[in-house]
Design a protein around this ligand. Structure first.
Ligand SMILES: *[C@@H]1O[C@H](CO)[C@@H](O)[C@H](O)[C@H]1NC(C)=O
Ligand SMILES: *[C@@H]1O[C@H](CO)[C@@H](O)[C@H](O)[C@H]1NC(C)=O
Ligand SMILES: *[C@@H]1O[C@H](CO)[C@@H](O)[C@H](O)[C@H]1NC(C)=O
Ligand SMILES: *[C@@H]1O[C@H](CO)[C@@H](O)[C@H](O)[C@H]1NC(C)=O
Ligand SMILES: *[C@@H]1O[C@H](CO)[C@@H](O)[C@H](O)[C@H]1NC(C)=O
Ligand SMILES: *[C@@H]1O[C@H](CO)[C@@H](O)[C@H](O)[C@H]1NC(C)=O
Length: 412
């Protein structure tokens, strides 16, 4: 009897600290740098952080993985406007507050606003007490900070709509957002500096049919072209997880999203400060992030690396640039010394309309800068290209589904 009672007391005591942490921010109860908000299952935390020893004077508000020994931030509110921590002691501190108009407002120690969620102000309504019935910002188990006017009302604002460098399970990257430009995952400048770096990841604004990573304004890497709804689900054996990468191409709303099977370890896409897009998974044994996949994986799969009419052959042990059949390196000397940017040239000039034909190249990534021609059969797509002397190639696919009633995909 005594032993049991003792155990219960001990258990309650041990559980107390996590029970005490809140997953919500209410009006009139601002968050200060000593506080954190933790999602109900303990996966994510929201609070103030200083990214590294190199910038101890800068304070950011962000969301990170809770309960792992390596600070891994997945979202930052004020990446462009850090709070400067001055040496002088101040009676007040920076705070994150939820206003009675359901806006999140981040202020520095002097009360200056450094960031605000700027959700539709709406009606302030009747006086809102700091209780569960009024507006609240909730940190979900998925790592999303959601603002609602009342517990069951629609989401007014959510951090998932404002990605920084990370795509979490349940998040979407959209081609467009109403009148706003599409979403971009933008890298940190350095590991210790969350301000926007030069690398970005997003949907091709011209076609919505492929994904790019960019270095400033130049393209670094390009995905293959998708052909409608597509779920690429890869089973990653060593993390026992199915990673679903879903492309939705519906009228005016192309998007990509990440979903993980139940019980998955912490896994995320991140646009890294080094310019690579990485699928990372937390390794509980080594207490490190493992790179499960990396884009571009090979040097030669970088955008335009192999030049015009060149391609990266990744079916061989050491992937390298090759020329298409009927082509030869534009400069044999440069090509053999490993400089491929001038690409390849035709061995024999085209005689458009006079006996030229097409050569099928299976398992190739369709080239960039294509024109999409709707509602064409395979033969019509072939004809579209062969009757036009400036068309050099076409790609064709039958799609299994389409939101726009056109199941064909003809690219010229
Ligand atoms: C909302 O907050 C503002 C500023 O703090 C205050 O002036 C106003 O009276 C509040 N409105 C209600 C309805 O509580
Ligand atoms: C990105 O661009 C900068 C400036 O053009 C260049 O110095 C750097 O090497 C590029 N980085 C990558 C990874 O391509
Ligand atoms: C899983 O695979 C990745 C990539 O091949 C590797 O880096 C990592 O160490 C592996 N993780 C485990 C837990 O074996
Ligand atoms: C597709 O083309 C066929 C003839 O090629 C035409 O009959 C049909 O109306 C077209 N459909 C659409 C949706 O444009
Ligand atoms: C020929 O093809 C080019 C590029 O594919 C395109 O810009 C042009 O409009 C086409 N011309 C005709 C007459 O279809
Ligand atoms: C596309 O579908 C049509 C009709 O179902 C079929 O005749 C054609 O061979 C298919 N083309 C390709 C490239 O799969």
């Amino acid at each position: 009897m005594n032993l049991t009672a003792c155990t219960i007391v001990l258990l309650i005591f041990l559980l107390l600290p996590s029970c005490a942490s809140e997953d919500k921010l209410f009006v009139g109860k601002p968050l200060s740098p000593r506080d954190v908000i933790v999602s109900i299952d303990g996966t994510f935390a929201l609070g103030f952080f200083s990214p590294s020893n190199s910038t101890p004077d800068k304070l950011y508000l962000g969301i990170w993985y809770n309960g792992i020994p390596k600070l891994t931030v997945v979202w930052v509110a004020n990446r462009e406007t850090p709070i400067m921590v001055t040496g002088r002691s101040s009676s007040s501190a920076p705070t994150l507050a939820l206003t009675n108009t359901s806006n999140l407002v981040l202020t520095d120690a002097d009360g200056r606003v450094v960031w605000s969620s700027n959700a539709i102000a709406g009606t302030a309504g009747s006086s809102v007490p700091s209780s569960a019935a009024g507006p609240a910002a909730t940190l979900t188990n998925a790592g999303n900070l959601e603002v609602r006017r009342s517990p069951n009302s629609a989401t007014l604002w959510q951090s998932f709509d404002h990605p920084t460098d990370t795509l979490l399970s349940g998040m979407k990257v959209r081609a467009t957002r109403g009148n706003r430009a599409g979403d971009r995952l933008v890298s940190w400048r350095t590991p210790g500096d969350p301000s926007p770096g030069s690398f970005a990841y997003g949907i091709d604004p011209a076609t919505s049919l492929q994904l790019f990573t960019w270095n400033g304004s130049s393209t670094l890497w390009r995905s293959s072209v998708w052909t409608g709804y597509r779920v690429a689900n890869g089973y990653v054996a060593n993390i026992s997880t199915v990673v679903y990468f879903t492309v939705l191409d519906v009228k005016d709303d192309a998007s990509v999203s990440l979903t993980l099977s139940l019980g998955a370890p912490r896994t995320r896409y991140v646009m890294s400060y080094s310019g690579k897009l990485v699928l990372q998974s937390w390794n509980k044994a080594s207490l490190e992030w493992d790179d499960i996949d990396v884009w571009p994986w090979y040097e030669c799969s970088r955008y335009d690396y192999c030049g015009p009419f060149g391609y990266c052959d990744n079916t061989v042990a050491a992937p390298t640039c090759k020329c298409l059949d009927g082509f030869e390196p534009a400069s044999g000397e440069e090509w053999s010394s490993g400089r491929f940017s001038r690409g390849c040239r035709r061995r024999e000039a085209l005689r458009c309309g006079d006996g030229d034909g097409f050569l099928a190249l299976p398992a190739m990534k369709a080239p960039d800068r294509f024109v999409v021609v709707g509602n064409r059969s395979l033969d019509e797509c072939t004809a579209e290209c062969s009757r036009n002397c400036s068309c050099l190639a076409y790609a064709y696919a039958n799609r299994s589904s389409s939101s726009k009633g056109d199941f064909t995909r003809c690219l010229v």
